[in-house]
Design a protein around this ligand. Structure first.
Ligand SMILES: [Fe+2]
Ligand SMILES: [Fe+2]
Length: 319
């Protein structure tokens, strides 16, 4: 059961399922006994849960695992749902993967399929220098490629699940390819390369938990953010393949300007067509995922007050 559906049920309702443990602490109750104070979550909701008189061996289970099978009873505290955990079990690895997708914590499309598509897009880049650059970053650098494939697109904002960064990057790149088909004035290879590298800095900006979900920013992520980190990564990749100066300069500008304006984190506004298009395509992918997810949290025909989009989002009653 999705946690957002809990509130439809009365106090005493029994729930069983595999959930993410997004916070866990051992505390001492008034009777002097230890209890587990946790937050369990799926993609859309977080619910506080208490595990009274927690056995010692169960504490280790919570500390070592990001996902557990939980049996709990529903209660309400000041009208908000709260769970009392009866027991927890370690799920099988296959159950974990299946649950991550059903809880919306994994990109809907298999990561390996998306990676194959990314490699075929790179193989079709006409400009040899750019193709070399992209192959160097996304294929030859195994360590980066493995991280990039599973990385979330954000902690909360959009594509905030395992494989979200790859999914978002592909959406921007495929959007760019489609748009170029209708307009031959666009420098296709520049736009495509810019689409693929625009968020590479997120791999160093976002800190992930043992499952691969974003839990906050790394130290360098907080201090430098993904635009500066991406610029640094691109700079060294351009140098190692000896990319011509003008193309490297254009790509760097695309990374710097992709958020569009200073208040959204870009130190410069887009100053040529491909940079401007990248900004719109990036926004288009982000907004599509945000609207879809925020509407999902409402009932059909109802509204959800979205903190991310700073407005109420309507879920059409017609589906
Ligand atoms: Fe970005
Ligand atoms: Fe992006």
């Amino acid at each position: 059961m999705k946690l957002g559906e809990l509130v439809k049920n009365p106090k005493g309702f029994k729930i069983t399922g595999i959930y993410r443990i997004s916070r866990f602490e051992v505390k001492t109750a008034r009777n002097g006994k230890a209890y587990g104070d946790c937050l369990i979550s799926d993609h859309s909701f977080e619910v506080p849960a208490k595990y009274w008189d927690i056995p010692t061996e169960r504490v280790a289970l919570f500390q070592k695992n990001g996902v557990l099978r939980i049996d709990a009873t529903l209660d309400y505290f000041k009208d908000s749902p709260q769970l009392t955990i009866e027991s927890v079990f370690l799920p099988l690895p296959a159950e974990v993967d299946q649950s991550l997708s059903s809880l919306g914590m994994m990109a809907p499309r298999p990561i390996d399929d998306m990676y194959v598509e990314l490699k075929s897009i790179i193989a079709n880049v006409g400009h040899e220098g750019l193709r070399k650059l992209l192959t160097g970053i996304f294929v030859d650098d195994r360590q980066f490629a493995e991280k990039f494939k599973r990385h979330p697109g954000a902690v909360k904002n959009h594509h905030a699940y395992i494989g979200g960064l790859l999914e978002h990057t592909l959406e921007v790149a495929v959007g760019a390819l489609d748009y170029c088909k209708r307009n031959d004035k666009i420098k296709r290879d520049i736009l495509l390369a810019a689409a693929l590298v625009h968020d590479i800095g997120k791999v160093r900006e976002i800190e992930v938990d043992m499952l691969g979900m974003g839990i906050g920013f790394t130290r360098e992520g907080k201090l430098l953010r993904h635009i500066s980190l991406g610029l640094e990564m691109l700079e060294s990749a351009c140098q190692s393949v000896g990319l011509e100066a003008e193309i490297s300069l254009m790509l760097k500008h695309c990374i710097l300007s992709h958020h569009g304006q200073a208040e959204w984190g870009s130190p410069v506004e887009p100053m040529f067509l491909e940079a401007e298009l990248l900004h719109y395509l990036d926004n288009l992918s982000a907004k599509t995922e945000q609207f879809y997810r925020e509407a999902e949290r409402a009932e059909p025909g109802g509204f959800n007050k979205s903190a991310t989009l700073r407005r109420e989002i309507y879920r059409p009653g017609w589906e």
